[in-house]
Design a protein around this ligand. Sequence first.
Ligand code: GDP
Length: 529
Amino acid sequence: MSETLAVDAVAREAARRRTFAIIAHPDAGKTTLTEKLLLKGGAIQLAGAVRAKGNARRTRSDWMKIEQDRGISVATSVMTFERAGVVFNLLDTPGHEDFSEDTYRTLTAVDAAVMVLDAAKGIESQTRKLFEVCRLRDIPIVTFVNKMDREARDPFELIDEIEKTLALDAAPVAWPVGRASEFWGTYDILAKRLMPVDASEDEGIPVSGYDDPKIAELVGEARATALAEEVLLAEAGLKPFDLQAFREGTLTPVFFGSALRDFGVGHLLEGLARFAPPPGAREADPRDVEPEEPRLTGFVFKVQANMDPNHRDRVAFVRLCSGRLTKGMRLRQVRTGKQVPVNAPLFFFAKERQVAEEAWPGDVVGIANHGTLRIGDTLTEGEEVNFKGVPSFAPEILRHVRLEDPMLAKKLRTALDQLAEEGVVQIFRPLDGSPPVVGVVGQLQLDVLQSRLKVEYGVPAGFDATRWQVLRWISGDRAQIERWAATNRGDTAEDHDGEYVALFSSDWRRKRAEEDFPELKFHAVREQH
Ligand code: GDP
């Protein structure tokens, strides 16, 4: 392919991709919505398989039992489907608050997010947390108010809550017609059409506006009057939809529907196709990368081991940022300069692995490897660029590992190193040579670690408390950092990549250190590179 042809093809393919995640508080309806989206995308064989997939996956290795027992999903997967010429990559994120690092990293790999709210509950704790992560990167958010078939809160009140609690402008693009058991469907504010709940198609019924007399004939007098009054109020008092503000992450279009009854899902998908951005320029060192560049770039945002007990390899999930990936390419791992062969890149159509022929910006592919690829790694066709922004979060639980059999010390070390590369645990080695400290973000992550050590590596282990509660990465002038380390040897450690961290016995101590060492910065988040 000539260079110009390649640029054209990459630009065309990138432009028709929408890579997104769904953020929601548990029970808001994320799973149900995912199923319905896949159905709409023609992925019929997957219908109802989102849950079934969970069961199949859980049999793959014993540690997955934990998520089964707790009824939550720990692993992230990628689902690709196509509709009306648009390729959607839906990156699934685990919703449980205990295990959110994966979620955070997944959100670095998307270009937009759908925020699902339960119409009776509005913004819940986990919605807010996930939203804050999206805000860090100004990810555009589409809101789907779900469960409109049941008792719901007033739409004005919900919109007000989004604006107030998230400090995000909210513009309704649909408006509910009737409520709860009287729910008839929605009125599409932008396209001026009625969308009935029981219509088999998503086309809707065109009307001249919310005051079209035809509406009363269709939905009944009472509902038509209420609709006309409400939309009049909404148009006068609420923000109108503004594409630019949405793309900049300061305004969210609001859709109403019911995932369970498969209502409003087509409208949402249409909205994603029309409004959500295709892959854009990505920040990198020493230069930003544009998606239509002919040479391939991408970064690893997740590593997962033992997805299949028959292959003990690890799979690195790579988000492509430019160029075209084909089978048999050799890519450069920028961190080490190593060549990584990509003989069988994997697409993840729910549970089945499929060998992809090619992939484009916005797509996510799995690359099997023996542990070479790490979270945060940039892959290129040779250029020395590094994507920024795949974060590590300061662990909230710090423990010493207690071995039941001291003969297994070496095995434990290998296991911990591998699990650290996969992002399951973080390892910190104190400078004074005392035993290493493992750090996790939540209790569930600790359970997963314990289970995997035993099941996969044959190393039964327990955990003991440490004298530390708080961990921070240190940055600043090298000499100052060394001075810090010399005076606080017992409370300074190196992370997996040799970066210094400070360990504190309390948050009060951390604050004291910040006052005593104003020239140093103590970070709760570290961006990997
Ligand atoms: P998740 O935890 O966010 O993945 O939520 P689920 O998709 O598992 O849904 C939680 C519960 O809400 C399930 O019992 C669903 O059947 C129910 N649910 C989901 N969407 C709707 C909806 O639109 N209407 C009603 N009435 N129930 C729903």
